[in-house]
Design a binder for this molecule. Structure first.
Ligand code: AMP
Length: 194
């Protein structure tokens, strides 16, 4: 791998982005950037940014674009030697997708592909409710908040796939089955492109 290799792992809440990111990061040595994790870290430290974000997250709503774009911009700057980035949970709006393109243009390292995990809605809710039993995440603990997150996904995030479709970058991957089966499907697609 000569140039920086950047991937987006895409899909609705509960589609397995976090789980698969851990495995992909280990296999390909990419730097994992999850805006959800970064926001939860800000909340745990009770920073001003964290407090602002929490109001949205508690309701299952997206945090304002400028907040997450600023966070990603700093994370890119903090990792100048990364072999590549694995974006998880970002971009979630068209404005974020455009901002990411601009940031990566500066690094001359565009997105190689968006891997989109496809999971039925019924399975998503089932997984999120189950995750809520152990994740300690308040937004997984309340079915109303879970539904709100899925609504946000359909209203604001699903269009992000259309943005990358115009550049032929979207690869749909079946997100149901065992964790290892899904991982193998993702690796197969990445190996074709890396
Ligand atoms: P996640 O861990 O990706 O499921 O994100 C948890 C919550 O953090 C979401 O429901 C949003 O409130 C917020 N969040 C995470 N990533 C973003 C993003 N890229 N844009 C806006 N809000 C985000």
């Amino acid at each position: 791998m000569k140039r920086m290799f950047n991937l987006i792992l895409f899909g609705p809440p509960g589609s397995g982005k976090g789980t698969q990111s851990e495995k992909l990061m280990a296999r390909y040595g990419l730097k994992h950037l999850s805006t959800g994790d970064l926001l939860r870290y800000e909340i745990s430290r009770q920073t001003a940014l964290g407090k602002e974000a929490q109001n949205f997250m508690d309701k299952g709503q997206l945090v304002p674009d400028e907040v997450v774009i600023g966070m990603i911009s700093s994370a890119l700057d903090e990792n100048p030697d990364a072999k590549g980035f694995l974006f998880d949970g970002f971009p979630r709006t068209s404005a974020q997708a455009k901002a990411l393109d601009e940031l990566l243009k500066l690094k001359k390292a565009p997105i190689a592909a968006m891997l989109a995990l496809d999971v039925s809605e019924e399975e998503l809710v089932k997984r999120l409710v189950k995750r809520g039993e152990t994740s300690g995440r308040s937004d997984d603990n309340n079915e109303q908040v879970i539904r709100a997150r899925i609504v946000e996904y359909h209203n604001k995030t699903a269009v992000v796939a259309d943005y990358y479709k115009q550049f032929n970058k979207v690869v749909m991957v079946k997100g149901e089955g065992t964790i290892d089966d899904i991982f193998k499907r993702l690796c197969k697609e990445i190996d074709k492109r890396i």
